[in-house]
Design a protein around this ligand. Structure first.
Ligand SMILES: [Zn+2]
Length: 461
């Protein structure tokens, strides 16, 4: 009898201990993705709540202001929120702000999130609370165009100078469904620029119709947005059509070399040269252009690094122009179609390849169809690209002056013979280099606008 009592007592103590320890388990970890600073009329919310099995028993989101809590949604009443369980987390997305809480006023507020998860087979609950101080901003920003005469060539680039208020709001240019960022005017050599003065270099894609609308945008984290129309004239361009006949000698020359340098590329049968070529010409081209796009958007200086017109390769013959529409044929039949987004410039074999202008090398290596390739950043979204090199003489991070040697011409990648494939890239998009080679275009389209905004006139030599 005494043994039984002792056992019972031990069991009670054990159960109590487990109960006590379960209650001390950590509550759900709450991580806020957005917003980080501002909340407005309709602000995107992104929360991640850690909960094993994706199970929460309670979850609520509110905004607190002046001692009043305004509910934004909960597990029981989601309102504008979507609460989605995943493996070991619960994702909370949706909109918060004044739309849900009409009494929300401009000024400080606190985002409060409470979450509860079950422990001990659901017999106990553990909770946690997350708080984040935010500012309520309800008025939209303003954006005003300051520069004049915006003439855009289809497939080319243009510049606009504008003012955004407040100065901390992201802004830029929208062309159709594409958005490009504006940057602080101090980066364009404008001294004592007003805080919200911006300069945006932007591309007008070769495949966007000349009627595509161009406007300015500004949008804060709270979701307050503004647009301004840009008075501009777009000139449609005729792009050439060309035919590239593929033969076995060419396929034998380029396909195995590219496959060898690109182990990640999957082809069905490496011995089927035409099929492998088509994978390279379509899929690898797409992947390479995506790499260039990412570099263009992420690796650019905040200030203009270039000086004066860009330099064209000396004594070179133009073999192909920008945006030539190429049909590839094999044994007389069309097998592929791609757009050639650059200039092919041929000189002598192993000719020195010189930087078209001052900048920083942001890529130097093998890049699929482009072979050995160098990309130079010239700042504020502008870059130049040099492809098919036989050798590379620079390293990433290196500053190069205009005419600094980058390497030697060659025929690596998708190249039939020794030539330089050259193009300009703006915010990751290919634009024709013709404009950037032109003294007149640089003066009319860029320097005139920067001087009108306060940039100093160039010193007489
Ligand atoms: Zn080319």
């Amino acid at each position: 009898m005494r043994t039984l009592l002792a056992l019972l007592l031990a069991l009670l103590i054990a159960v109590g201990l487990v109960w006590f320890l379960a209650g001390r388990a950590a509550g759900p970890a709450i991580t806020l993705g957005a917003p980080t600073t501002l909340v407005g009329q309709k602000t995107d919310l992104k929360l991640d709540v850690f909960a094993p099995g994706g199970v929460v028993t309670a979850l609520d989101v509110s905004l607190e202001q002046g001692g009043t809590a305004m509910p934004m949604g909960s597990l029981a009443t989601p309102q504008g929120l979507a609460i989605t369980p995943a493996a070991d987390r619960v994702a909370v997305t949706g909109v918060i702000g004044r739309q849900t809480a009409p009494s929300l006023k401009t000024g400080p507020a606190t985002l409060v999130v409470n979450a509860t998860r079950p422990v001990l087979f659901g017999l106990r609950q553990v909770s946690s609370t997350f708080r984040k101080d935010l500012q309520v901003r309800l008025t939209p920003p303003t954006v005003t165009v300051l520069s004049q005469f915006h003439f855009i060539n289809q497939g080319g680039a243009e510049v606009v100078v504008y003012q955004v208020n407040p100065a901390d709001v992201p802004s830029g240019v929208r062309v159709g469904d594409r958005e490009y960022p504006g940057m602080a005017a101090s980066g364009a050599g404008i001294p004592n620029a007003a805080p919200g003065l911006r300069v945006a270099f932007f591309p007008f894609l070769f495949n966007q119709a000349a009627s595509t609308p161009v406007s300015l945008w500004a949008r804060d984290e709270a979701g307050n947005a503004a647009t301004a129309s840009l008075d501009s004239k777009v000139t449609a361009k005729q792009f050439r059509k060309s035919t590239i006949p593929l033969d076995d000698a060419f396929l034998q020359k380029v396909v195995p070399a590219i496959l060898q340098n690109t182990p990640d590329l999957v082809v069905k049968d490496a011995n089927d040269l035409l099929a492998s070529y088509l994978v390279i010409n379509r899929d690898l081209r797409k992947a390479n252009n995506e790499t260039i796009r990412t570099l263009g958007r992420t690796k650019t200086a905040k200030e203009i690094l270039w000086r004066g017109p860009f330099r064209q390769m000396m004594n070179s013959a133009v073999e192909a122009g920008f945006a030539d529409d190429r049909t590839y044929t094999y044994q007389g039949k069309a097998v592929d179609q791609q757009v050639h987004l650059g200039f092919d410039l041929a000189s002598t074999q192993n000719a020195p390849i010189l930087a078209a202008n001052r900048g920083v090398v942001i890529f130097a290596g093998f890049l699929g169809i482009y072979g050995n390739c160098v990309i130079v950043d010239h700042g504020m979204g502008l870059q130049s690209l040099y492809a098919h090199l036989s050798s590379i003489g620079v390293q990433e991070g290196q500053t190069v002056e205009m005419n600094g040697e980058l390497g030697r011409s060659g025929q690596t990648g998708l190249a039939g013979g020794d030539h330089l494939h050259f193009t300009m890239v703006l915010h990751g998009e290919f634009v024709t280099p013709v404009d950037w080679w032109s003294v007149q275009w640089i003066e009319d389209r860029v320097m005139r606008k920067l001087r009108a905004a306060g940039a100093p006139a160039p010193q007489a030599p």
